[in-house]
Design a protein around this ligand. Structure first.
Ligand code: G6D
Length: 341
């Protein structure tokens, strides 16, 4: 594979990895994916040309590593080991995506490693999140490893260790759009043998009474347009309230696909939930750089249940004990439905 580093302003560097049929671009700012071209089709939302201008102001976390806690924490409050914590409220009353000093808004150190024998390239991103910065307990050493291999698979692995009990629930906020012409993703089909959607309450917090989408819609593969138009009252209320998807899902064994006419994206994760968000409020970013319409992309945010610490207490999946290694892995693989794509 071919590797190229491009330096832009303010320390922002793009890591471009290319083989015969695809090209993927990562970035040190927020340990991000910036673009992923299969032939001439860029299947993720981003801006490679003006990355240094686009990303520091982009409020939609395009392609970023998000944490230390992906998702929301109600009113930015939680208790751990009998102590109360107040985090920054950067989403109305709530805390979102680790706050203003999260993983998405920092320059990571990185190292590129090419494994010729395995025909893959790895980028090892590392940083330290300090409790003085984001007001969670514990300083965490974080390593995020992206691997890109010849089977058009992008794998994301998280390694971390904290010096005190804390919350850790990282994810990547990549938006996919498999359409060649980039028209909205409503033609995309989401599929898994289990498709449970968790509704949100009026304040945006998940309610632990999932809707069994497969049973309700009568199938395991559901195109978004049909989902958005369904007459089922609960689903209708949810997608209307959020303007599309912004919901946690549980899928069979952490495996699902998203597809359109040409491509199938296979997602596999060891995270317990997946939040899918269809960029519903794209117009909230008033910027000349914003060319995105609602439903321009769909995220596949592999993480634990938003607000899990307040829903499950000490047994929440996001609780990370002091001096205990954290590991999690998600992979995204692209399959071409036919060869002439
Ligand atoms: C996440 O669930 C949230 C959305 O509500 C938010 O707007 C987006 O990140 C930026 O997916």
């Amino acid at each position: 594979m071919n590797i190229n580093i491009e330096q832009q302003s303010n320390g922002i560097e793009l890591i471009k990895i290319e083989n015969r049929e695809s090209k993927i671009v990562f970035m040190n700012y927020g340990a991000r994916i910036v673009s992923w071209r299969i032939g001439d089709n860029n299947i993720v939302l981003g801006n490679e040309v003006e990355a240094d201008e686009f990303y520091p102001h982009n409020p939609f976390y395009f392609g970023a590593t998000v944490g230390r806690f992906g998702g929301r924490i109600a009113r930015g409050q939680f208790e751990l080991n009998g102590q109360s914590y107040q985090l920054v409220q950067n989403d109305g009353d709530h805390h979102l995506h680790g706050g203003l000093q999260g993983l998405s808004d920092r320059l990571f150190d990185y190292e590129v490693i090419e494994n010729e024998a395995e025909d893959n390239v790895q980028v090892h991103f590392s940083t330290i999140v300090k409790q003085d910065e984001d007001h969670y307990p514990g300083n965490i050493k974080v390593k995020v490893v992206f691997t890109y291999d010849a089977s058009k698979t992008w794998t994301v692995e998280y390694f971390a260790e904290s010096d005190a009990d804390t919350l850790f629930n990282p994810m990547n906020h990549v938006y996919f759009n498999l359409n060649r012409d980039n028209k909205v993703v409503d033609n995309h089909v989401i599929a898994s043998e289990k498709l449970q959607m968790f509704p949100l309450d009026a304040s945006g917090m998940p309610v632990l009474e999932p809707i069994d989408l497969a049973a309700t819609m009568g199938r395991h593969d559901i195109d978004l347009a049909t989902l958005f138009k369904t007459e089922d009252a609960r689903i209708h209320q949810q997608v209307t309230m959020r303007g599309g998807l912004d919901h946690p899902f549980e899928v069979k064994d952490g495996e699902m696909t998203i597809s359109n006419r040409d491509l199938i994206l296979h997602v596999k994760t060891d995270a317990p939930q997946i939040v899918m968000y269809t960029l519903n409020d794209s117009e909230a970013w008033k910027s000349r750089m914003n060319i995105f319409k609602p439903h321009s992309g769909i995220t596949v945010e592999t993480q634990s249940m938003p607000n899990d610490i307040n829903l499950f207490g000490a047994s929440a999946h996001s609780v990370l004990k002091a001096d205990t290694p954290f590991y999690s892995k998600t992979s995204y693989q692209v399959e071409l439905k036919s060869k002439d794509v």
